[in-house]
Design a protein around this ligand. Structure first.
Ligand SMILES: Cc1cc2nc3c(=O)[nH]c(=O)nc-3n(C[C@H](O)[C@H](O)[C@H](O)COP(=O)(O)OP(=O)(O)OC[C@H]3O[C@@H](n4cnc5c(N)ncnc54)[C@H](O)[C@@H]3O)c2cc1C
Length: 432
């Protein structure tokens, strides 16, 4: 059964969110610093009351199940919520669902021990601390089977040595979740484990923070991390020894589609600005809106966004149905591939219509273009997701007749004639 409507009670919630984000949360983006910096007293004073309003509406940490303080709304409702929150840098923090904390909370909830949950998960859910996910390595980014960061068991501890790259928000994080090799003798899918490493652990060093695009050094927050003899107690192992791959898939499956949901908001923002510009700017030949080249941009952008949104919502619906990200790998990969292309194309068209203003640092487009490129790299590059999608599509396809294949018209016509002749013969025999 197909249904494109949102139930009225939830639609009412979404209407509240839309208004609340536009009037109360978006202004924070223009005056406050980094949402992950929990030591910023001014930010806390401004954000706490807003977070309380979100809690009172029953919308806090909507990505988590009710027993963990979330709403258990599922991915479709989350998508509808996130496409509103994605308008604002601060909104995910105000609603308790900011990445990478949301993904870290999900794996702590699913795989953490009761002690780990009370020490690391609870303050994360309460918005008291930030966290970091430390997986990518400088020499093995997109391919975890090449990771070399190693943890070795030493008595009651594990000792971690190696380097990680682009570990976002490490500088504000109370702990890292790090993926390392614990058994190099077995295949990497069973030889890696996850550990929780508190930020103050000796031997853990931020070599430097890289920024994206033209971010200034003080806004750069993607850490090049060195783990030099970092010692953690054995109870800091997250999940089973050797289970890191499966845990990472749980985390990244959700993370990828959540990025997609939020990105829709940015696509729409660029699109709305395109519409406004088209009817506001007049040239010698008339309004931009009356030119066919502008109408092409508008029509293509609307179609691109709507197609992407439908693909994303259907994927969210499939996740809710299967309750298993692996069963929806193909669809999630398709969302991941489509997201940066649609985002970039819509932003580029809008930027072009805004002329010099569009390319200036007084408009959001340049940052959006970089953000679109981030979506083509973070959580795995587009090429890898294309491969995943294609392999899944090819997996169950049986080979055809090798010379001409099953679409060959002369062969099909011959088979059809034989089939119909046999039927006619049967019919004649039945009459006699
Ligand atoms: C803004 C941002 C935030 C991030 N945050 C985090 C974080 O918090 N924690 C974390 O662990 N990581 C994080 N990352 C890292 C991210 O996961 C990696 O950048 C990503 O996996 C790609 O790895 P790489 O950058 O080393 O690229 P590489 O692996 O060096 O790949 C470079 C390029 O080579 C090509 N390529 C690579 N492999 C293949 C292949 N198999 N087939 C075809 N082409 C290929 C692609 O064009 C790819 O873009 C973040 C990245 C960004 C941009």
């Amino acid at each position: 059964m197909w249904d494109f409507e949102t139930d009225p009670a939830y639609q009412e919630q979404l209407a509240w969110v839309d208004e609340f984000v536009r009037t109360e949360v978006e202004p924070l983006d223009l005056v406050l610093g980094d949402p992950y910096d929990k030591s910023d007293e001014r930010a806390r004073r401004l954000v706490r009351p807003l977070q309380q309003q979100v809690r009172d509406r029953g919308l806090w940490a909507a990505h988590l199940e009710p027993e963990l303080g979330g709403q258990g709304y599922g991915q479709v409702r989350l998508a509808l919520l996130n496409e509103l929150l994605g308008r604002s840098r601060w909104a995910p923090s105000v609603f308790g669902c900011q990445a990478p904390d949301s993904g870290n909370a999900e794996i702590l909830a699913r795989f953490g021990t009761p002690e780990q949950r009370s020490r690391f998960l609870q303050p994360l859910l309460d918005g008291e601390i930030s966290s970091c996910y430390s997986m990518t390595e400088p020499l093995a980014g997109a391919d975890p089977t090449l990771f070399t960061t190693r943890a070795v068991r030493d008595g009651d501890d594990w000792v971690i040595d190696g380097e990680k790259w682009f570990s976002s928000n490490a500088r504000h994080a109370a702990f890292m979740i790090v993926m390392v090799v614990t058994n190099p003798e077995v295949d990497p899918h069973h030889g890696m484990s996850m550990f929780i490493v508190p930020a103050a652990t000796p031997g853990l060093e931020i070599v430097r923070d890289a920024g994206v695009g033209t971010e200034s050094p003080e806004h750069s927050s993607h850490a090049y991390l060195r783990y030099d003899g970092v010692r953690v107690p054995a109870d800091h192992l997250l999940g089973d020894e050797g289970a890191a791959f499966a845990i990472a898939q749980t985390r990244l499956g959700g993370g990828r589609i959540h990025h997609g949901m939020r990105t829709i908001a940015q696509m729409r923002r660029a699109f709305d600005l395109m519409l406004e510009r088209a009817v506001s700017r007049t040239t010698r030949s008339g309004r931009l809106a009356d030119m066919q080249s502008t109408q092409d941009k508008i029509a293509e952008s609307w179609i691109d966004i709507e197609q992407f949104r439908l693909l994303l919502l259907r994927t969210a619906w499939l996740i809710d149905r299967h309750q298993d990200y692996r069963a929806v790998r193909k669809d999630i990969a398709a969302v991941k591939v489509a997201m940066p292309r649609v985002y970039r194309d819509v932003v580029q068209r809008s930027m072009q219509l805004h002329g010099a203003l569009g390319i200036s640092n007084e408009m959001p487009f340049a940052a959006m273009m970089v953000d679109a490129q981030v979506m083509a790299i973070a959580d795995g590059p587009t090429e890898v997701h294309r491969q995943t999608l294609a392999r899944q599509l090819l997996r169950d396809v049986a080979p055809g007749e090798p010379r001409f294949g099953s679409g060959h018209l002369p062969t099909r016509t011959e088979a059809a004639r034989a089939h119909i002749a046999a039927r006619l013969e049967r019919d004649i025999a039945a009459f006699q």
